[in-house]
Design a protein around this ligand. Structure first.
Ligand code: ATP
Length: 250
């Protein structure tokens, strides 16, 4: 089987600017005054305590939450491709939706009950192999383990429907259920995208992984608490302060 031409091709990530971003749900102030800038060819991690607003910030970026302030994508040329790995997607065990059906919905832009074209089937096989799920194409989504489901969510973000990888990759705790091999697969994919020029914005709780992989980290708990290089910023004192931070109540 031939790999799509874009595997290994250069990517053109945008600079992503968040300026004074705020988010309220009714009276609840979820985010306030968030300023950060993610650069192409860099992995930008976002860390912070549960309920600190990390997923909400990604939802603002993806146009899924009514934020105030500015979020701008400065593409180097024409707007490129965006991949999004959400935190969780639940599937009913009785839903007759296989891994292949699920991926077809994203990649073929046509109903899953229509047989996919051979080229799409080949790309799905390639993607599943890449995330370590070869042989699971016919498994029902509801029957997958948590880690297997996370690998499928990663796979769907790696192909825009035309065999092209994302220039901007947005990931919400993609490693939460991965085993050691899955984490290794994930790290290889992340590093590969970064090395070829993608912009990566990555919400993560595993601070050791952030120190290992990220070029920059922003710590948020409703507001931006600190940001910079992970090795310099994620000191034991800073981490303790971050996770014992008490947010001001609205
Ligand atoms: N649609 C909504 N309506 C009201 N409150 C919401 C809504 N979505 C999120 N919240 C609240 O916003 C806050 C931030 O949630 P969010 O999921 O962004 O946090 P997080 O930092 O990603 O947390 P975790 O680390 O647990 O994943 C939480 O208190 C949550 O209850």
């Amino acid at each position: 089987m031939n790999a799509p031409a874009s595997v290994g091709a250069a990517l053109e990530g945008p600079a992503v600017r968040f300026e004074g971003v705020g988010l309220r749900y009714g009276a609840a102030r979820i985010l306030e005054g968030i300023d950060l800038r993610a650069e192409p060819g860099r992995i930008h991690a976002i860390v912070g305590p549960n309920g600190g607003g990390k997923s909400s910030l990604l939802r603002c970026l993806m146009g899924q939450a009514p934020f105030s302030g500015t979020i701008a994508l400065d593409w180097p040329a024409a707007p490129g491709r965006i991949g999004y790995v959400p935190q969780v997607v639940e599937f009913d065990r009785n839903l007759p939706l296989t891994v292949t059906d699920f991926l077809i919905c994203f990649m073929a832009r046509r109903p899953a009950f229509l047989r996919p074209r051979a080229a799409v089937r080949d790309r799905i096989a390639l993607l599943l192999d890449r995330v370590g799920l070869a042989g699971k194409a016919r498994r029902r989504m509801g029957d997958l383990s948590g880690g297997e489901r996370q690998r499928v969510l990663l796979a769907q973000a790696l192909d825009d429907g035309h065999g092209r990888e994302p220039d901007l990759m947005v990931l919400d705790e993609p490693m939460a259920a991965l085993d050691a091999v899955g984490a290794q697969v994930f790290e290889t994919i992340l590093n590969g995208l970064r090395d070829r020029g993608a912009t990566l914005i990555w919400v993560e709780h595993d601070l050791a992984a952030v120190r290992r992989l990220a070029d920059r980290v922003s710590a948020i708990d409703g507001q931006l608490l600190f940001q910079g290089a992970p090795q310099a910023e994620l000191t034991p004192d800073r981490v303790l302060a971050l996770f014992s931070h008490r947010r001001a109540q609205p």
